[in-house]
Design a protein around this ligand. Structure first.
Ligand code: HEM
Length: 428
């Protein structure tokens, strides 16, 4: 069979001196080379040389963690391009948005991609967290990776929230005003917390520069680092969770029992995982090409989906921020609207106690749940209590968010979306 031209060019390039200096292994032809391709490449070495067939099943993980990662990469790429133009000043920020829309080549598409990828990341990180919960994948030995995940979830919200202010339009200004007011309900430190976030008592230039620094440097750097540790831990914790490692069927080998390199094969060491009794080599396939090509395909799909959204839908941009003309109602970003709804009943309980308890419960979950059964299967019957509690909390959060988003009108009064009155703007 005739080989494809790109493959022939690639093979020629690999044989040149320059090619050999870059790719030490070349396109793998044998099993040994397939393993070497993974172990010797900077980008690929975070992943094991072999993976379990179960973890390759799309219906198990739905690739939700990977999609979150790809969205983060898209956000970093488009964010850096936007930084070439953006000026974190209340006098210029809004004009830059207009320039991106009408003057800068591909500026609109970059802004759209950045905005839609940010919303998608909040959604997909949440979905990924639900997948991990419903498959019991947070249990031993993955407790700490779950805790890292909770940190990543909060960071994702923080990244989105700090980015919200940057366009400096009415939507941005009032969403951040409402969001930071919710933070001010925290007992003792609330008002100080709001002051530190805003650099004053109201959203202004100081707040813009703080949010900018957090959004482009501090939070992405922490998130990038935590994502790297998180994915590295996936590998060190034995790859993705599987049904055959549930507590009732398999024993985890304790660290003190870890074999030395003499008794432990070179491939096992390269794999760098905690060995588990019950692991069946028959169930494992080479990461190259089985995993790598799936990852590449998913990456292309995510980029295509974000591009599609960006081409057909523009990111919103309202009028220039006006501190004396609040919209009525002024709403927080959509992912905080459930919180805002709760705050409308009780500032202290809704704004502090409920979110505080929920975050604490999420962090402690893997250490409180002693049930070792039901790992690696969706909605396992052995986990019916945990699944029910989680589902009830999730449904309440979704219902509150929908109410806050669609059913709240002027002065936070109940309003059916299909009978929406014209927007009211109050001047003070
Ligand atoms: C920026 C956010 C995140 C990124 C980029 C990310 C990335 C990933 C990736 C790539 C995987 C491997 C497989 C997969 O696609 O599922 C994974 C697994 C995992 N993630 Fe995340 N994740 C994030 C947030 C979270 C959150 C919010 C949690 C939970 C609170 C979490 C907990 C876990 C756990 C426990 C695993 C191992 C799952 C298993 O073994 O089945 N991650 N993550």
């Amino acid at each position: 069979m005739k080989e494809f031209l790109p493959k022939r060019i690639w093979q020629w390039f690999e044989r040149t001196r320059v090619g050999r200096s870059i790719f030490r292994v070349g396109l793998p032809q044998s099993n040994l080379e397939r393993a070497q391709a993974m172990v010797s490449s900077f980008l690929l070495h975070m992943q094991p040389a072999k993976v379990n067939r179960h973890s390759l099943r799309a219906s198990y993980s739905f690739g939700l963690g990977l999609i979150s990662l790809y969205l983060f990469l898209i956000l970093t790429f488009t964010g850096v391009l936007l930084m070439f133009y953006y000026v974190p000043s209340t006098d210029h920020a809004y004009n830059v948005m207009k320039d991106l829309q009408f003057v800068v080549s591909a500026g609109l598409i970059m802004r759209n991609m950045h905005r839609w990828a940010a919303h998608l990341m909040v959604i997909f990180v949440l979905l990924h967290m639900c997948r991990v919960f419903y498959t019991g994948a947070y249990k031993r030995p993955r407790e700490f990776n779950w805790v890292l995940g909770v940190g990543l979830f909060l960071l994702t919200l923080g990244l989105s929230f700090t980015g919200y202010l940057l366009p400096w339009d009415q939507l941005a200004y009032w969403a951040i005003t409402v969001g930071t007011n919710i933070a001010a309900y925290a007992p003792y430190i609330g008002p100080e917390l709001k002051y530190v976030m805003l650099g004053g008592n109201a959203v202004g230039q100081e707040a813009l520069i703080r949010f900018y620094a957090l959004h482009v440097i501090v939070l992405p750097a922490i998130a990038g680092f935590l994502i790297a540790v998180h994915i590295w831990r996936v590998r060190k914790d034995g790859g993705l969770s599987r049904p055959d490692e549930a507590g009732d069927t398999v024993q985890q080998v304790e660290l003190s029992q870890l074999p030395t390199s003499k008794t432990y094969g070179l491939m096992e060491l390269a794999r760098g995982t905690t060995p588990q009794v019950g692991r069946n080599p028959e169930d494992e396939v080479f990461a190259w090409p089985h995993l790598i090509f799936r990852e590449l395909l998913l990456f292309l799909l995510v980029v295509a989906a974000v591009l599609f959204l960006a081409v057909f839908w523009n990111a919103p941009l309202e009028e220039l921020a006006n501190p004396v003309h609040p919209p009525n109602p002024a709403k927080a970003p959509w992912y905080f609207l459930g919180l805002q709804e709760l705050v409308s009943y009780s500032a202290f309980w809704g704004g502090v106690v409920v979110p505080g308890v929920l975050v604490l419960a999420l962090v402690l979950l893997p250490y409180l749940d002693h049930n070792r059964k039901g790992v690696g299967r969706w909605f396992a019957r052995d986990r019916v209590v945990a699944n029910t509690i989680f589902t009830v909390c999730l449904v309440i959060a979704i219902v509150l968010t929908i109410i806050g988003t669609l059913f709240r009108g002027p002065n936070w009064s109940w309003q059916e979306p299909w009978k929406k009155p014209p927007a009211v703007t109050e001047s003070h």
